[in-house]
Every structure is written in structure tokens, then in C-alpha cells.
Design a protein around this ligand. Structure first.
Ligand SMILES: [Zn+2]
Length: 204
């Protein structure tokens, strides 16, 4: 475990949310505000290299997306004891996360990094707000409608209800067929203009 300064400890505690009782040995809490729009990038050269390698790992469920596109890759730290990678699963119990962990271990080991460990952190909880704009564009090209708005925008008294755009013909004349699509992260839609069915990555 990395020792923390009292100031960091205080910020980490403030950043914990609904999952604060979860997490075990490998748990490291981070400042929620600094993670809001993408994780902070390592500054040291070795950490940048390790980040770049880990960032190439694909989401097993949507292979066009990397774990960086998804916002699942949260931290990469390199020191004398080895490499520590921190991932946040897209949702608790997501089966893809074990595959992502194995792939990160393989990718870093193949590039010569040793003593690689991968930790999971559930706090702050993953949100589709962490998905990069590039990731959203890749999703749409892949035929999956990206999240329609930021999860943070739901916090007001009136929920934001934006239409889901068909990824094929761009029509907003679409309707939800099923709350769950090919995976729990997605719902199933059909386009009333071009009649094609498609998945929508739900705001989470
Ligand atoms: Zn369409």
C-alpha cells in the first residue's frame, strides 16, 4: 500500500460515495473531482509508457473501444516495487473486467514490465461521463448509439430526456424495444426511419 499524506487521505475520504464499504486490499480511493473528465495521466516517462500500453487493451464486449476510451483505465503507477494499474469496472459484477485485467497484465508483461498488479476500485463509481469523445464516436461508427447526455445532468428535478439517434441514418425517430440489449450496459432500440435495430449504450 502506498502511504498517503494526511491531506490526500482527507480528500480520498471525501471522494468516497455509495461504494465506500466495498474494496479490499487493493482498494485505493481517489479524488472524485480530478477524475471527472478523464483520469490524470502519469507524468514520468515510464508511467507514460505503461499507461500507453495498458490503454491499448480493448473492451471484450465492444472491441472497437479501448479501456481508455471507456474511462475504465484510472491510474498507472510505476515504482521500484513494480507497476500498479487501477481499473474501475463499468458496473459492479461486469464479467468483462476479469478479461480486461488479464489483458492488461499480458500487454505490460509482453512489453517488458515486471511485477505488474491490477487493482479494481469501485469508488468513485464508473459513469458513462468518463467515456472519451473519441470513444463515443467509435461506438457510433460501430453501430451502437452512444450515451445521449452526461449522467451528472440527471441530478436536477426534471430528468433530461434526449432522443437516441440512430447510428446508421442519424434519425431521432427511434424507440426502445428492450431495456437490455446484448449486454446489461446497453438497451435495444429500433429506428422508425430506416427500420434497423441497434443497441444504445445507456447513460450510467
Ligand atoms: Zn435509422
Amino acid at each position: 500500500m502506498v502511504s498517503r499524506t494526511p491531506q490526500v487521505e482527507e480528500r480520498a475520504t471525501a471522494g468516497r460515495t455509495r461504494h465506500e464499504t466495498e474494496g479490499g486490499e487493493g482498494f485505493r480511493s481517489r479524488d472524485a473531482s480530478s477524475l471527472r473528465d478523464g483520469a490524470p495521466r502519469p507524468t514520468r516517462e515510464e508511467e507514460r509508457d505503461a499507461w500507453r500500453i495498458a490503454a491499448t487493451v480493448a473492451d471484450p464486449e465492444v472491441p472497437v473501444l479501448t479501456i481508455e476510451d471507456l474511462g475504465v483505465l484510472r491510474a498507472v503507477e510505476v515504482d521500484a516495487s513494480g507497476v500498479r494499474v487501477t481499473l474501475t469496472p463499468t458496473y459492479s459484477g461486469c464479467p468483462a473486467i476479469d478479461q480486461m485485467r488479464d489483458d492488461v497484465l499480458l500487454a505490460l508483461t509482453a512489453e517488458g514490465f515486471r511485477d505488474v498488479t491490477v487493482d479494481f476500485t469501485l469508488s468513485p463509481a464508473w459513469t458513462t461521463d468518463w467515456m472519451t469523445d473519441e470513444g463515443k464516436a467509435k461506438l457510433e461508427q460501430y453501430g451502437i448509439a452512444p450515451p445521449t447526455h452526461r449522467a451528472g445532468e440527471r441530478s436536477g428535478p426534471i430528468p433530461v430526456m434526449l432522443g437516441v439517434k440512430c447510428p446508421r441514418c442519424q434519425s431521432l425517430r427511434t424507440r426502445e424495444v428492450s431495456r437490455f440489449g446484448s449486454t446489461a450496459c446497453k438497451s435495444h432500440f429500433e429506428c422508425l426511419a430506416c427500420l434497423e435495430p441497434f443497441d444504445h449504450f445507456k447513460v450510467h
